[in-house]
Design a protein around this ligand. Sequence first.
Ligand code: PLP
Length: 475
Amino acid sequence: TTADWQAADAAHFLHPFTDFQSLAKKGSRIITKAENIYLTDSDGQRILDAMSGLWCVNVGYGQQALIDAATRQLKELPFYNAFFQTATPPAIELAELLAEVTPPQFKHVFFTGSGSEGNDTIVRMVRRYWDIQGQPGRSVIISRRNGYHGSTMAGASLGGMSAMHAQGGLPIPGIEHIDQPYWVEHGQHRPAPSRLKAGDPPRGAGDEGDLGAGISREQFGLVAARWLEEKILAVGVERVAAFIGEPIQGAGGVIIPPATYWPEIQRICDKYGILLVSDEVITGFGRTGRWFGCETFGARPDLMTFAKGVTSGYIPLGGVMVGERVAEALIERGGEFEHGYTYSGHPVACAVALANIKLIRELGLVERVHDDVGPYLAEGFESLKAHPLVGDAESCGLMGAVLLVKDKDGLKPFDESVGIGMVCRGHCFREGLIMRAVGNRMIIAPPLVITRAQIDEMMALIRRCLDLTLADARR
Ligand code: PLP
């Protein structure tokens, strides 16, 4: 029974990012089955999964092609490693296919078991690159406040989540952060007049100074990108190895940057010869309406981390796409790269990834997100702005966020003690919708196979949960 599962769960299973005691009191929701975009729990309730599991089930649940690929490969060769100058056919074929679907600078891949391991690999690889270049002093990697790059020591250090840093003495040395390009927070609605205009020297992280009202979203994008330039100059160009960012910050609350941001980041990286790393763990494999988020936002990264959508989450797999600049150094001049994982190129995971990518192509999912369901979702989100609880709503491809505010005028936030996001999430949970709360932002990233009719169903559920949350807030 559900109660039996909950008791055993509370007694033995330490869940990730969870307050163990409070979960034990409430009891877990036990998910037993899934099909297409719907989950079923142990009490038989149907739930619309607007988070694709954890941003990963791009092709939806129950795809026979992936199940068959895993079964075939498990029978044929369930495991072999890539350490002993050995390789397996699925790993080789996947490497070849990834070179085809990723931007043209990528011809090589380093496989890992997860996105966090991918970002650990990034840290080692960019430092190794500068060693090979005879500039070992270039070891600092710059990332962003409220970015998320995983939970290993290096991943959590690259990430800009202060709560994660507080536990475990992070960041590790050689990681610097700049502020995030969040227009609502910095640019759009600040009341005081600004002394800072786009083009002026930008401010650094931690400075709560005011950019002022009236700055356009596009101007703000340039200002936010130039925080990188300021940081590079403060650290010293000769010490900076790379900049890493998610095209859209996912776990930070689906923060969609202004269109000016990434091209300016690219220009700054080029100007100082710094490696640009795009963390595509969420934005990869069609999520934003192109195969990779960097293509949506106009950047040409040297390295790219991926995971999640590569297998639609059916089995763990991650990796790093290595662009020509780094590949040339590593391959031609690097000797042995002292790094790797038992599961780098796991044959079953690679077989599932191959089936998954082929299915994304067959179903034309990337084009569908770009031309059809992405714009349709954007219309739905635009209409949410009329709701009294909604201060802002935006989406890109099939990622979206709704900002909950106490007062739309000036986007006045609720007191943190209200926990407005969690109140809303609770209603979603009860009403049969999985939406995630990040502070006062409610976020979604549904499977790419979602139809227009299912988007209508999801939007109706979202509106209902917003109404219920509003009623609570007024009580
Ligand atoms: N990078 C980004 C952008 C992510 O969103 C995540 C996970 O959510 C990771 C890295 C870490 O991936 P994993 O949980 O597979 O280690």
